[in-house]
Design a binder for this molecule. Structure first.
Ligand code: G1P
Ligand code: ZN
Length: 541
């Protein structure tokens, strides 16, 4: 065991999803070590604790795991449970922490950000409930990064991450486990696998794009081997350190090859994709893309068709920028609907307290109380269970949602790598206008309410302020402005546009035209072009 002298390298503030930096930053001398020791210190040490460790297989995953294990040993941990080959999807880590009653876990991932020597890396700590660390904990971790003087690491050779079974580092036990088995068993307990198997056996076709990321082995095992989907259903199913040079974010832009298949001749019945670490999902039917906000609404309306949710839902939650489609479904079901700040950790308290069963975000995250992370494959399987029960197509299910509850047209516009000062100036400008906006007319829209979202957690009473600017217009339009908390360079401005339409003859418009008025109002209000020099967004989802 060695105690190594070190100095704080720079202020390393973990965001809503742990710490994300360029891989080269994580590889700087002592950087990863400093952050790991700060994490251990921030959780009051790991003495005698059991931790789950795994990542999405991106470049530096395995080398970082070897360092983390030697540091956990030197810090007195009793045991680390590690996915074979260093692989574990984020929801699988969450499940393993809960299943094995571990004290917490470390997830190595930068989620949907590209991986590789010139791309991104990340590290996140999840607590004993299986969910992302609370803000109190991440604040403590951050505080330690600014004052750290030493870290502890055990000497010794790398261990073999491929060999399933037990080994030791000093007096710490390391158990290498199959990354898929426990997760697959959990899925089998939630859904009617026999029904889904029968659906595939009847000729139902599907494509699942694992995007060269972590869900490949899970999707092969569950969709093809267990549920009988045809071989070849899973595309890009072998995890690669650089995600095949791609951007493992399941949306119509980055999963374009899947979109082309789903909108092409001979499209299969159902398409889905998941991201780098397996917590996000994209759902697309034959010629029918489903926005994540609409997906949450459909799942809420139909979850009772799956065994795990047959008694109904306690309530649902969505992040503030997520469209209000699910609110309308929740209202008709007579269940509570919570609006939380962006980031999965805010759902944790609601799930733990049994106030909600399902939750979701516009950024392609959906989940339930089965783990404390969003879960890409879980969402895909719940969709499959609903399709198997209803025998409807995805397009039919959407049409049914819209005719019953109205359609929330929705789009997110991202402006990436904007100079931070300019982005902040735009937000400050908007903030200054807020008090005088109600009742005024912007373009063709009349403002109903305008505020900056703050969240009072109904479980622990904590308050989170400055969680995005929201402007609600008369007639069902809404715009939300916020700055990303997960970018690794400059600032990313996100503008979320929404327009509710209930007229039966306007339920099948092009989203762009339905959103035209609210988009114009958003640009006018924010003075985006004048303040930042930007005109068109980099990514529209
Ligand atoms: C983004 C998404 C947010 C999600 C987070 C982690 O955060 O918008 O919904 O929880 O990634 O996957 P942002 O960059 O907007 O702060
Ligand atoms: Zn992710």
């Amino acid at each position: 065991m060695q105690t190594v002298r070190t100095d704080p390298i720079d202020g390393q503030k973990p965001g809503t999803s742990g710490l994300r930096k360029k891989t080269a930053v994580f590889k700087r001398p002592r950087y990863l070590e400093n952050y790991v020791q700060s994490t251990f210190d921030g959780i009051d040490g790991v003495q005698n604790k059991t931790l789950v460790v795994g990542g999405d297989g991106r470049f530096f995953n395995d080398a970082a795991i070897q360092i983390i294990l030697r540091m956990a040993a030197a810090n007195g941990a009793a045991k680390c449970i590690v996915g074979q080959g260093g692989i574990l999807s984020t929801p699988a880590v969450s499940h393993l922490i809960r299943l094995r009653k571990a004290d917490g876990g470390l997830i190595l991932s930068a989620s949907h950000n590209p991986g590789g020597p010139d791309a991104d890396f990340g590290l996140k700590y999840n607590g004993a409930n299986g969910g992302p660390a609370t803000e109190t904990v991440t604040d403590k971790i951050f505080a330690r990064t600014t004052e750290i003087e030493t870290y502890r690491i055990a000497a010794g050779d790398d261990i073999d991450l491929e060999r399933i079974g037990d080994t030791q580092i000093g007096s710490m036990q390391v158990e290498i486990v199959d990354p898929v088995a426990d997760y697959a068993e959990l899925m089998g307990s939630l859904f009617d696998f026999a029904k889904i198997r029968a659906l595939f056996a009847s000729g139902f076709t599907m494509r699942f794009d694992a995007m060269h990321a972590v869900t490949g082995p899970y999707a092969h095992a569950i969709l093809e081997d267990t549920l009988g989907a045809a071989k070849g259903t899973v595309m890009n199913g072998v995890p690669s350190p650089t995600f095949g040079g791609g951007h493992p974010d399941p949306n119509p832009i980055w999963a374009k090859s899947l979109m082309d298949i789903m909108y092409g001749a001979d499209a299969p019945d159902f398409g889905a994709a998941s991201d780098g670490d397996g917590d996000r999902n994209m759902i697309v039917g034959r010629g029918a893309y489903v926005t994540p906000s609409d997906s949450l609404a459909v799942l809420t309306a139909k979850a009772h068709l799956a065994p795990a949710y047959k008694d109904g839902l306690a309530g649902v939650a969505r992040s503030m920028p997520t469209s209000r489609a699910v609110d309308r479904v929740a209202e008709s079901l007579g269940i509570g609907c919570f609006e939380t700040p962006t980031g999965w950790k805010f759902f944790g308290n609601l799930l733990d307290a049994g106030k909600v069963t399902l939750c979701g975000e516009e950024s392609a995250g959906t989940g339930s109380d089965h783990v404390r992370e969003k879960d890409g494959l879980w969402a895909v399987l719940l969709w499959l269970n609903i399709l198997a029960e209803t025998k409807l197509s995805v397009a039919d299910l959407m049409a049914d949602l819209w005719s019953t509850h109205g359609r929330c047209y929705y789009s997110r516009h991202d402006y990436e790598e904007v100079e931070s000062e300019k982005a902040n100036a735009m937000v400050d400008g908007l903030r200054a206008k807020l008090p005088s906006l109600a009742g005024s007319t912007i373009g063709k829209l009349r403002v109903e309410t305008a505020d900056e979202f703050a969240y009072d957690d109904p479980v622990d009473g904590s308050r989170s302020s400055n969680q995005g600017i929201r402007i609600v217009f008369k007639g069902g339009a809404r715009v939300v402005f916020r700055l990303s908390g997960t970018g690794t360079q400059g600032a990313t401005i996100r503008i979320y546009l929404e327009q509710l339409v209930t007229d039966a003859d306007r339920l099948h418009m092009e989203p762009e035209s339905a959103l035209e008025m609210v988009r114009a109002a958003a640009l006018q209000l924010s003075e985006l072009t004048a303040k930042t020099g930007w005109v068109d967004p980099d990514v529209v989802t």
